[in-house]
Write a protein that binds this ligand. Structure first.
Ligand code: ADP
Ligand code: MG
Length: 248
């Protein structure tokens, strides 16, 4: 029984690579509609945690449930994506020669689709969904611009929009603000806060300023387990956290 309260329920997860524990007895619970920030020094296990949630990496031990019934440790990556877990990777992977709208059309059709196997034209409802999703991420005025011509920040938002086309219940975002301008960072903080609620959002980041501006619950990972968890103002004054960050 996972209590019924949580969308994501990870308990005592351990992942070893050649005897080295990238995750070591990690426990994490995410509620529906929550925006959670995960921080921690390089090598803390943040990406490995995302890999376990998405089925890319199998844990050696532990429990990982999505909702009440879905045991993620027994599902393929494709099944997990289909169940409503979307991930935005660090590097933009948009199709540069296609327009913003076409990128969303491809994303809506699913991962195995190419431009040549797409069924055209779209119906009105599909067109509306694409426009609404571009609007959500602030790119409606880039609808017919090729993705390759977008700024770095805009590409990152387009990629978030592409994940949204799959209508995820849980959205995982790995280091979204790397390389962004200050303005783009602020816009990204607003966007993630706006998305939480309708989707649960787990964001991995190490920019403290950005995390502070988001003002959600923060989980600090260190050596593959949770070092501290709570409101940013408490976590940042925790002596254990200060030690880990000053020791970097
Ligand atoms: P973070 O994302 O917090 O920087 P990672 O989850 O990428 O940390 O990595 C955690 C630790 O596990 C690191 O020490 C990393 O070198 C190691 N690691 C991650 N993936 C692998 C792998 N496929 N093989 C061996 N070691 C790995
Ligand atoms: Mg990482």
């Amino acid at each position: 029984d996972t209590g019924g309260k949580y969308l994501l329920y990870m308990e005592n997860i351990t992942v070893s690579f050649d005897g080295f524990k990238a995750l070591n007895d990690l426990t994490l619970y995410i509620e529906p509609g929550e925006l959670r920030c995960i921080i921690g020094p390089n090598g803390a296990g943040k990406s490995t945690m995302m890999d376990v949630i998405t089925g890319k990496t199998r844990p050696d031990q532990g429990t990982c449930f999505f909702g009440q019934t879905l045991d993620l440790t027994r599902m393929s990556e494709t099944e997990i994506a289909g169940a409503g877990i979307g991930r935005k990777f660090q590097k933009p992977t948009v199709f540069p020669e296609h327009t913003a709208a076409e990128n969303l059309e491809l994303a809506m059709a699913g991962p195995k689709t190419t431009w040549h196997t797409l069924v055209h034209p779209l119906n009105g409802e599909q067109r509306d969904r694409i426009a609404a999703t571009l609007d959500t991420v602030g790119l409606l005025d880039r609808h017919d611009h090729v993705a390759g011509a977008l700024s770095h920040g805009q590409k990152q938002w387009l990629e978030i929009a592409m994940v949204l086309m799959q209508q995820p219940k849980l959205l995982l975002v790995d280091e979204p603000i790397a390389g962004m301008t200050r303005q783009e960072v602020e816009r990204t903080a607003e966007l993630l806060q706006q998305l939480a609620g309708e989707h649960s959002v787990v964001v991995v980041e190490h920019d403290m300023e950005f995390i502070r501006s988001i003002a959600s619950t923060v989980t600090v990972l260190h050596q593959g387990s949770v070092l501290a968890e709570g409101k940013m103002q408490d976590v940042q004054n925790d002596p254990k956290v200060i030690e880990v960050y000053l020791g970097e």
